[in-house]
Design a protein around this ligand. Structure first.
Ligand code: AMP
Length: 481
């Protein structure tokens, strides 16, 4: 199960949280288009509305009016490559002996099976095969015996993998980030309350102020009157494992993640791409949308370079914004057709010119192959491809639906071979060191699994890039609780 999602949690003084949650989910729509959901609490009981589809389709006026209460959490879920299954739509909610629980999860646990088996043996019944339900049951079990903070801490000691969670226990809204901070989560302040969200763009949408990122291993508990929040550093680790792909592809350019504005990072990646492997050409053209900031940085660096001839930055590929994501098309031929439906060149910017196409990443190679062909058909003399990330050689186990190893074009081919396959005149990627520099992080604080094949978490059958301290699931109660 690969879940790449958006989460939000809100606690307000005395206004309904439903609309602010709904607007936040709109702002996080790029993080998941398969399902959308909101769970609120009115001081007495939970109200829940979870539907398949886009945020705008999942809720109508009546749904929002029924979601009573000034506290709530929300979720948008990323489409998985397999079947569309509403048993995994979130927030997940349960009622149990010591109250109600709602959970929104972004990330992916790597010891789900182990935990599920153990909980099932203790009598817990599961309705889905997702990892979020496992976290919910574990937490519910702990809450029977201990207070909220200890319960979360003990669940954190047992779950292993990546997670940014918003949790609602009765009317208390909380946010927690895994000990290595793989997935983003930040805190925002509103006029009459506080918000936790995957990306700061959601806070901007609510006219709020970004306070800061939630720290890796930190629990943030919002006051139930919207007056503030308390924080608890429940787990401390030496190194982080921030996902570099958030800045490269996934997040909105207007979001600040781990103190770095995504737009500026992408421009810097583009500048470094020129420094490392720039090539003179008539035009530089982004693959919309994510390639734009890379291409503007690349073109800027090219035009500042005294040894270069100067280049024109051109928006030569038009995108049909009503076509869904090509990535989730089940067959290769459908994916190829979808690229053609989505992107169309503006002939006058291409004809008779040497063109450099800039994209953030190559996964299967479908997009690049199609675009190089499109450029040639539109009369380009040469087509060079520059990619603002290193070659993706291995799958992501931490929550990005990337593709299986067999599907990754760079898994077992050299850059020259890939260049030949996509039929470009030249192809270059960016180095891992430049990615780390652009993110102002050291390599040891990033999760680089998909570009090195070595992961910061202990994954069966895969290599690790550090000493991972995998929590044993039988040591549920650390002595220092
Ligand atoms: P591909 O055509 O398989 O090589 O995919 C590369 C294109 O998909 C690039 O234009 C990327 O912007 C985009 N992309 C990269 N990673 C993902 C992802 N995890 N989900 C959806 N699209 C992606």
């Amino acid at each position: 199960m690969h879940e790449k999602c958006g989460v939000v949690g809100i606690s307000l003084e005395d206004r309904s949280a439903a609309r602010p949650l709904y607007y936040s989910l709109y702002a996080l729509q790029h993080r998941g288009q398969e399902s959308a959901g909101i769970v609120t609490h009115d001081g007495f009981q939970q109200h829940s509305h979870v539907e398949m589809g886009l945020v705008g389709d999942a809720f109508d006026q009546t749904d929002l009016e029924q979601l009573n209460g000034p506290q709530g959490i929300g979720h948008v879920r990323y489409p998985t490559s397999g079947s569309v299954d509403n048993s995994c739509a979130q927030p997940f909610s349960v009622s149990f002996k010591s109250g109600s629980l709602g959970l929104s999860h972004n990330g992916n646990l790597v010891n789900t099976e182990e935990l599920r088996d153990q909980l099932a043996e203790q009598g817990h019944a599961f309705t889905s095969d997702g990892d979020t339900e496992v976290i919910a049951h574990d937490l519910a079990r702990n809450l029977l015996e201990e207070d909220l903070i200890r319960a979360v801490k003990h669940t954190m000691a047992r779950i292993h993998g990546s997670y940014a969670l918003t949790i609602m226990h009765d009317d208390t809204v909380m946010g927690v980030r895994d000990p290595q901070g793989n997935r983003p989560l930040c805190i925002g302040e509103l006029d009459d309350g506080y918000v936790l969200a995957s990306e700061s763009a959601a806070i901007d949408t609510l006219d709020g102020e970004l306070v800061r990122d939630v720290k890796p291993g930190e629990l943030v508990v919002l006051h139930d009157d919207g007056s503030g929040y308390d924080t608890y550093q429940l787990v401390k680790t030496e190194n982080t494992a921030h996902c570099f792909f958030e800045h490269v592809y996934f997040a909105r350019p207007d979001s600040v993640i781990d103190e770095e504005l995504v737009y500026e990072v992408r421009r810097e990646l583009g500048r470094k791409l020129w420094d490392e492997n720039g090539i003179d050409s008539d035009v530089v053209m982004p693959v919309p949308d994510s390639g734009r900031s890379f291409a503007s940085g690349y073109a800027e660096a090219a035009n500042e370079d005294p040894n270069a001839e100067g280049v024109e930055f051109a928006e030569g590929l038009m995108k049909n914004r009503y076509v869904g994501r090509t990535f989730i098309m089940p067959t290769q031929s459908e994916r190829e057709r979808a690229v053609r439906m989505k992107l169309n060149p503006i002939k006058s910017t291409v004809e008779g010119k040497t063109v450099t196409l800039i994209d953030d990443s190559i996964v299967r190679g479908t997009t690049s192959t199609q675009l190089v062909e499109l450029m040639r058909d539109a009369g380009a003399e040469e087509v060079h491809v520059r990619i603002g990330a290193p070659p993706i050689i291995a799958p992501c186990y931490m929550g990005i639906d990337m593709a299986s190893r067999e599907e990754l074009i760079a898994a077992d081919q050299s850059i020259e071979e890939i260049c030949e396959e996509i039929q470009a005149d030249s192809l270059s990627y960016l180095s891992i060191d430049s990615v780390a520099e652009a993110l102002s992080e050291s390599r040891t604080d990033l999760c680089l699994g998909c570009v090195t094949g070595e992961y910061p978490y202990d994954i069966d059958g895969e290599a690790t890039d550090r000493d991972v301290d995998r929590p044993g699931i039988d040591t549920a109660t650390p002595a220092d609780d």
